[in-house]
Structures are given as C-alpha cells and as structure tokens.
Write a protein that binds this ligand. Structure first.
Ligand code: FAD
Length: 466
C-alpha cells in the first residue's frame, strides 16, 4: 500500500485536503478536544502542535506519514505517550496519536497476539489473561506497547521470558516513504533487527505480533523494610537474584510509603526500601521461594500474596498517574558492588517525596540467552539497570528533586556500565545514545539510511542516518 496524498504546502487548503482523506480524527488548536489531546504523560512538556491526527487504521497512518514528509514540520509518533522526554508531542508540528488504534487479537492456538500500535499494556494484559497467557512488559500497565517494545522493554516476566522485544514475532510498519511493510525473521530482517531496541527510528508500527506464555495467577507484590537496613537488603537482593530460578522476578526500590489504602497509617511518610516480587512458578512452591526475601531483614510491611498477573502489573498505576512532572537519570550496572551499595545507602534514603524513587531492575536470566548483536538492544552483559526519578505534582518543587537525581546518578557513575536503557534516557545527546547502542550503533545508522534516509522519524533517541 502506498499513500498517494502529497500536499504542496501546509496551507489551510492543504490541511483541509489532508483531513478530508483521514477516516479518524484531525484535531487542531481551537477544537474542543485540543487541550486534552495535546497532553503527554510528563506534564513538563506543555506543547502546542499544529495538527494532532488520531488514525482509524494503517491507511490513515500512511496518509499522515506522507503528509508529514512533505510538510517538513516536526513529526511526533505517540503510542502510550509515556516517554518522559516528551517525544510524543512538539510545538507547531504534527502528532500522530495512535491511541485510537488499540485492538488486540489473541490466538491461543499458536500462543501469539496481534496488538495495534497505540495499545497500552493494560489493554494487552486484559486480552491475554482471558486465555491464561501473557508476554513480558513493564511494571505499570498504562505504559504504551509501542515505545516500550521498540526500546527493548523489561518487567516482571523478563528473567523468565526475555525482553518484550525478544518476544516480537513480527510487526506491520508504515515506513518513511508511506509504504506498509511487514518485518519479521523472514521478511525485511534488517528492519526487524532494528525494531527490537532501536526505538521509533524506523517507521510507525501499526501492529505488533507477540509470543505469549502461560502466566495466570502469580504470587507477588511489594515487601518493605526500614531504610536503615537498605545495605543488608541490597546485599541480600544481589546474591539472591543472581541464583534465583527464572520463575522468580524481583526488583529493589527506595520509596517513601505513600498515604495509600494498602499502607497502614503509622507507616505513611516512612522512608523505606522495598523488594517487589513476581513468582510465576507453581503456586504451591511460592511460600518456599519467597522465604529468603522475608528473612532478608526485619519486615515493615509484607503485601505479597496470590493475584492475577494483570493485578500485579497495574498495582502501582494509581500512584503514578499522567500529568505529573518527571525528571529521570539511569544507567546499566555490570555488578552491584559493595561500593555501589554504599552510594545507594547514602542517597536512597534522601528520596524527596512519596512519588520520587530509585528502582534497580534485574537484567539477568533470559535476557542473556540472546547475543548482543542479534537485535539492536546491546546491553545483554549487565546484571541490573537503575533509574532515579524525581517526580512531583508541582513544577516549583522540581529543581530540588532534579538536584537529588543528578547527585545520586553522578555518585553512581563510577560504578555503572557506561550506557543507559534507551527508554529511560531524557534529552542527553548523541554520545549517550551511542554509548547505549555500542557496537550496534553503526548497523542501526546503516539501517536508518535504508528505511528513513531523510530522518523523518527523529522525535526519538535519534539514530542519525549513516
Ligand atoms: P510514547 O511517548 O508514546 O512514545 C515513545 C517513543 O516511541 C517515541 O519516540 C515514539 O515515536 C515511539 N513510538 C511509540 N509507539 C510507536 C509505534 N507504534 N510505532 C513507532 N514508534 C512508536 N520501560 C520498561 O521497559 N519497563 C518498565 O517497567 C517501565 N516502566 C515505566 C513506568 C512509567 C510510569 C513510565 C512513564 C515509563 C516506564 N517505562 C518502562 C519506560 C517506557 O518504556 C518508555 O517511557 C516508553 O517510551 C513508553 O512508550 P509509550 O508508547 O507509552 O511512549
């Protein structure tokens, strides 16, 4: 399929001609929906695009890509809108908001699902759980499938089943020249390689096909310890997760206990460290599997229990709604050394409010069954990834949170592996992007030259065409 629409300018008449060819919606400044639709997850990005297109189907996507290519305006592709750098919006340009394309088709026979490019992980969880199946995603269900998958994607099922992008079987993509192509191991394999970690650089994915795995009721949730035992808990966590079977997932975090209904009142506002667990093995083995976690240090609050997998994946959604201010810094970690733990002990308990956090996710297990050059995601030789996030309702509080994030991150730098997860990067420049892709960057740049030589898709952690 090739989009044939080709306006000569962005004049009013050209925009009208474009809009009349769209089956979905075209929203402009002054329209009732405009102020709501222009918002992205991170409220720091208060932008005013010229046009926001909500496509009805892949043809609308192709028409919009062709229009954007001719218009020469900034062009943002938005999946779930969660990217904290604000790639899902711009000033004065075109936004393709895929939230209008969220259909999901599950095929339990061949254990796969086709997921449209604007779906969230909550949409996917609901659809696949009907069949007792799931695919690896993140730890918050409102995140978009599009951005998370294209950057790699890790969460509760990753130690057992790999990155989200490792579970991508095939994808339908509208390319920069407005064609709809399929990328898989057998069709356009260079594009398929680049989509698995290379971000939104290579086209608009209108639908993803994922492998599904038998995951139904799990045993998990958070367990909290006093912050002054963080060193003991982190040393325990490091050794435990190194040896744990793939059915065990657990990440470590620093938090201030929120005034949430599931937290007893006497703990509201207490600084704590936590391990968040997801055991997907046999339920009758769960208590034994988590026993060492319960014995790591005196427990302040234990909220672990049996629950449907989608319940765990959405457990923290309400604590991090859209519309907050976010500033993040992150890096990969080869090891969690005692020296790095000493840094965490110093900065972690200074977490400034109950929204801000430090999380340390495991990247061992199935992630390391794939070679670094097999997909664009290069960092398969590290054990952890850490993220430090300053988050607040008020912009005025952000300078202090940003300082905490930067100081903490800088102190950890000497202990970090060098690059950062592409989906946790903010606007940090080409050197950081290259450090993240390492040996895969040159191949990504060559693939970019093939599929997007004019860099139409550049509102992302940009790979510059070779
Ligand atoms: P968007 O802002 O819509 O898009 C991000 C980028 O992807 C843009 O460059 C966009 O152009 C591109 N893109 C999106 N959809 C498409 C598409 N269909 N076709 C082509 N390009 C597309 N990541 C993890 O791996 N694990 C986690 O557990 C995790 N937890 C998170 C929790 C929160 C609260 C937040 C805010 C983020 C989390 N992330 C996590 C990071 C997340 O992966 C990124 O923010 C990701 O960019 C979100 O994808 P999105 O589609 O929602 O974002």
């Amino acid at each position: 399929m090739t989009a044939t629409f080709s306006p000569s300018s962005t004049s009013e008449s050209a925009v009208q001609r474009f809009a009349s060819g769209i089956r979905g919606q075209v929203i402009q400044p002054g329209d009732d929906a405009y102020d709501e639709v222009r918002k992205v997850y991170n409220a720091m990005h208060d932008r005013r695009p010229k046009l926001i297109v909500r496509p009805a189907n892949a043809t609308d996507v192709a028409t919009t890509v062709a229009f954007a290519g001719d218009a020469g305006l900034p062009f943002s592709v938005r999946g779930g809108g969660h990217n904290v750098t604000g790639f899902g919006t711009n000033d004065g340009g075109i936004v393709l908001d895929l939230s209008s394309m969220r259909n999901i088709q599950v095929n339990p026979r061949n254990k796969s699902a086709w997921v449209e490019g604007g779906a969230t992980w909550g949409d996917v969880d609901r659809a696949t759980h009907e069949f007792g199946l799931a695919t690896p995603s993140g730890v918050i269900s409102t995140t978009g499938v599009g951005g998370l998958t294209l950057g790699g994607g890790f969460g509760y099922l990753t130690r057992r089943y790999g990155l989200t992008s490792d579970n991508l079987r095939s994808a339908n993509v509208v390319t920069a020249d407005g064609r709809l192509v399929t990328a898989s191991a057998s069709e356009n394999p260079d594009l398929f390689w680049a989509l698995r970690g290379g971000g939104g650089n290579f086209g608009v994915v209108t639908s993803f096909q994922f492998n599904l795995h038998p995951v139904d009721t799990i045993f998990g949730g958070p367990i909290f310890y006093p912050a002054d035992r963080a060193g003991d808990v982190m040393r325990f966590y490091r050794d435990f997760i190194a040896e744990a079977p793939p059915e065990m997932s657990a990440f470590f975090g620093f938090h201030i206990a929120p005034p949430a209904p599931f937290v007893p009142e006497h703990l509201h506002g207490a600084i704590a460290c936590a391990i968040v667990v997801c055991w997907t093995g046999p339920l009758d083995q769960a208590e034994a599997a988590v026993k060492p976690i319960r014995e790591a240090a005196p427990v302040a609050l234990d909220l672990m229990g049996e629950m449907p997998y989608p319940a765990l994946n959405s457990l923290f959604d309400a604590l991090l709604p859209a519309g907050l201010q976010h500033y993040w810094k992150a890096d990969f970690d080869r090891e969690l050394t005692d020296a790095a733990i000493a840094v965490h002990e110093e900065y972690g308990p200074r977490v400034p409010n109950f929204l801000s956090l430090m999380h340390l996710y495991p990247l061992n297990g199935a992630v390391q069954n794939v070679a670094a050059g097999d997909t664009a995601f290069s960092y398969r030789d590290v054990k952890f990834v850490h993220i430090i996030a300053g988050i607040d309702t008020e912009a005025a509080n952000m300078p202090a949170h940003t300082a905490w994030v930067r100081d903490y991150w800088s102190a950890l730098r000497p202990h970090s592996a060098g690059g950062a997860y592409v989906n946790f990067l903010m606007d940090e420049g080409q050197d950081r992007i290259k450090a993240t892709y390492r040996d895969n960057y040159a191949r990504l740049a060559a693939t970019k030259r093939t599929w997007d030589p004019n860099n139409l898709f550049r509102m992302n952690q940009n790979v510059v065409p070779a």
